[in-house]
Design a protein around this ligand. Structure first.
Ligand code: ZN
Length: 305
């Protein structure tokens, strides 16, 4: 099915401050500063064997980390490459953590398997056992690990959800609150049917057109301070990046070049709602926002020190 209404869960923000673009390190491409972020993936299952259903395999997890690095580094000869003049190599990378919080070597790097005791996980305003129960009871120190949870979304309030993220606090960036949430829920949550890439292995639970790992790229963008490219409103709403076009709303495919707000849209941007095979751009201003977050925000800056 195309054009399913996607509910990428996001905080509804009403701030309309002017754009603020902090200087980043201005490193040359010959000598880039690479920000490397350690990841733990909490695989929330219901007793399935490893590799079955929500208990996804290490290989599927590794395929997702590969996609993140292709996309954030704009790697040549991958789906993450683009030749857009505003396209950026963000110089941000991700790797599966080698050690558990108690210092023991992990047999599966960056993987924490947890039987969550239920088959489906709703995410609503009233009922959200992911945020109230599973995250606080499983999170690893968010000053040492970027926490990702994979779950089987379900129930009325979760049936169309692909993933959601917690924004960074204290970034100083326009469009974000000073306090975007507590330490015990920090991270991103992705439906296991959208985590990983079907181009990198045989992962039958992945569901096209969301089977190339871009749900996670999008949610990591939020976790690093990016807003949706259309600003979550009409032409009057901004994403606080000067090099992304204003748009009147989200796109769901790349089939046509759409003009709204008097300029061509950028449906290839990871912060749009387009299908996975369409996306391949973070812009330079988006990179600047993410680097600002990595330098200023709690539970971000500690990860790259
Ligand atoms: Zn989103």
């Amino acid at each position: 099915m195309k054009n399913v209404f996607l509910v990428f869960m996001l905080l509804i923000l009403t701030s309309s401050c002017s754009s603020e673009d902090n200087e980043d390190s201005n490193t040359s491409n010959n000598n880039p500063t690479i920000y490397r972020i350690p990841v733990v993936v909490h695989v929330i299952h219901f007793g399935e064997a490893i590799g079955e259903g929500a208990n996804i395999s290490l290989e599927q997890i590794e395929s997702q980390i590969e996609v993140l690095n292709e996309d954030f580094r704009r790697k040549s000869n991958t789906n993450g490459y683009n030749n857009n003049t505003n396209g950026a190599d963000t110089e941000i990378e991700f790797y599966l953590a080698e050690y558990a919080p108690d210092g023991t070597l992990l047999t599966e790097p960056g993987v924490d398997r947890v039987n969550g005791g239920r088959s489906e996980w709703p995410k609503g305003n009233i009922l959200n056992p992911i945020d109230t129960y599973i995250k606080p009871s499983t999170i690893w120190n968010p000053e040492s690990y970027f926490n990702i949870w994979t779950v089987n979304f379900g129930g009325f309030s979760g049936r169309n959800l692909l993933g959601y993220a917690q924004f960074p606090s204290q970034s100083g960036l326009a469009g974000l609150y000073e306090d975007e949430g507590s330490a015990e829920t920090d991270g991103i949550v992705i439906g296991y049917k959208y985590f990983g890439s079907s181009e990198k292995g045989n992962f039958p639970s992945l569901i096209p057109p969301y089977d190339l790992g871009r749900t996670t790229t999008h949610e990591v963008g939020h976790w690093l301070g990016l807003r949706h490219i259309w600003g979550d409103g009409n032409c009057l709403y901004d994403d606080f990046c000067l090099d992304t076009p204003n748009a009147s709303g989200p796109n769901y495919d790349c089939e046509s070049i759409k003009i709204s707000c008097e300029e061509p849209e950028m449906p290839q941007n990871y912060m749009d709602y387009t299908n996975d095979n369409c996306m391949n751009i973070f812009t330079n201003n988006q990179k600047e926002r993410m680097i600002t977050v990595l330098k200023n925000s709690p539970r971000r800056k500690e990860l790259v020190q």
